[in-house]
Structures are given as structure tokens and as C-alpha cells.
Write a protein that binds this ligand. Sequence first.
Ligand code: C2E
Ligand code: MG
Ligand code: MG
Ligand code: MG
Length: 288
Amino acid sequence: RAKTGLNQTICFYEARMDEAARTRRALAKDLWAGIERKQFSLFYQVQKSVATGETIGYEVLLRWLHPERGMVPPSEFIPIAEECGAIVPLGEWVLRTACTEAARWLHPYKIAVNLSPVQIGHVDLVALVSQVLAETGLAPSLLELEITETTIIADKTRALHILRQIKALGVTIAIDDFGTGYSSLDTLRSFPFDKIKLDRTFMTEVETSPQAKAIIRAILALGRSLNVPVLAEGVETEDQLALLHLEGCDEAQGYLLGRPKPQADIHELIRRAKTMQSPGLAPDAANA
Ligand code: C2E
Ligand code: MG
Ligand code: MG
Ligand code: MG
């Protein structure tokens, strides 16, 4: 009986895996069509100085409005896009669209664009970035590229070579989701980063775990001694923000400071802040 039960369980999981594989294949097919049919759009999430509350920039977050499935989260479609190669045209579209939109903003905020490891491995990224900057007229210093450690680990020598050339253009590099990867400290030592983005999991646990708090402190100390600013991701509560302030964290991003918003909303926030002529007031003081 026990054996039958186990077999049934296995069959159940196999059926579920089949279904998951079918969904992935279907999404892969839809991705290519979705690019053609302009189903993608960009959302922007504010990044602020912890000390002053001033807006520093916006992270660019890709959104896919699927005609039948509705909003598909990036955590679901980015891995599929990486697997089937659609990330190459998609990533290029993100970079070009974000630079075009930001170049039209009435205030020169920085934009942070996420890069996939595939883009470092298979695309002439340096040529693409310099071409897009030239096309859109966005100042290179207003573009930041976010990469994770996975990006670097695949081919360290190549990654280092490419990142150095990108930095030579005047573009900055942030290390994303820091603290969750493999060789964090070695990566920091050998790569030319301009910002460390502390992974969201540390914020989630900070109020309940003394270990999480200790690690945050250690990473902030590391940032200070390497002279690299640290941004805390996933800040959702006033208590978390107060803690970051106390510990001397440089920047923060999270639902408390602002949810990711469509381009039109950001443009309007900046326009309103401009017409109010109050430079001290952050444009998105009224959070959604
Ligand atoms: P990420 O780069 O670490 O982006 C931050 C994610 O955290 C975003 O999820 C954002 O909406 C979410 N977030 C921000 N503040 C909070 C908060 O206070 N609480 C919580 N619970 N979440 C918060 P999103 O937009 O779903 O993106 C997920 C991941 O997908 C991103 O993680 C990034 O790795 C990837 N991604 C998004 N857009 C792109 C893109 O254009 N290209 C590539 N290659 N990857 C992208
Ligand atoms: Mg990111
Ligand atoms: Mg992140
Ligand atoms: Mg993440």
C-alpha cells in the first residue's frame, strides 16, 4: 500500500512537471510574439538617499502584459527568456526604451537597468551601450547597469574585460542582490563596482534575526572601507528605514519609499515637482 502511495505521489509530480514544462514552452513561444506585439513596458522604482530622503534615481523593471495570462512577473519570464534567447532582443529593447524615456525627463535622474548574464556572455554589450547612449543622447553618467554575481562567475575574465570597457564609457555598475551569491568577497575585491545593492532578504529578516542585522552592519562597514555606497533593497517599514539611518546606509529602495510605477506616472511626478519650484521636495513625496 505504501508503495502504491509513493507511486501515486511520483505520478502526481511527473504530471505537475509536465505541466510546468508545457507552460514554459508556451511562454517561450509567446515571448517572441510579445516582443513583436509590444506587450512589454517598463516600470520605474525610486531610489533615495537615506540621510536626506532626496531622490537619486530609478530602477527600471520590466513588465509583461500577456493577452491571456495577464501580468506575468519577471521572476517567471526572465529565466525562460534567458533559456530561449529572447532575452537578447528583450534586453536591448529595455536598454533603448529606458534611455529614451529617461532622456525626456525634466530632471536628470539616474536610471538603473538590470542586465542578464546572457547579455554579458553573448552580446557585444559595449557596442550596444555606446550606440544606445549616442542614439538617445542620455548622459553616460545617468546610466547604471545592475548585475548579479552569477553574471560574473560564468566567465570572470570576459566579464571583467567588458565591465571595464563599460565603465570607460562613463556608465556605472551596481552589484545586485548582494550577500546571496557565492564568492561575494572575492567578487568585490576584483571587480570595479560603483554600488552594492544589499539583497532584500536581509530587510525581511532584520527585525527578527540578530544575524541578519549583524550581516547588514558588516556589509555597510565593507562598503565604507571600499568607498562604495550601499543601497538597501526591499525597505517596507519605517523601522527598517530608521535602522538603516542609524547604521549609516547610503541609499534605500522599497515599497515604503515608492512602488514601481509606469513611465507616465514618473514623468508626471517630475513635472509637478518642477512646476512647484521646490527643489527641497522629492518629486514623489506622495507615494502610491
Ligand atoms: P531586482 O533587480 O532585485 O529588482 C527588485 C525587485 O524587488 C523588483 O521585483 C521590485 O518590484 C521588488 N521590490 C522592490 N521593493 C520591494 C519591497 O519593498 N518589497 C518587496 N517584496 N519587493 C520589492 P520585480 O520587478 O518583480 O523584478 C524581479 C527581478 O526580475 C529583478 O530583481 C530582476 O532580477 C529581474 N528583472 C526585472 N526587470 C528586468 C530586466 O529588464 N532585465 C533583466 N535581465 N532582469 C530584470
Ligand atoms: Mg535590480
Ligand atoms: Mg535586487
Ligand atoms: Mg532580486
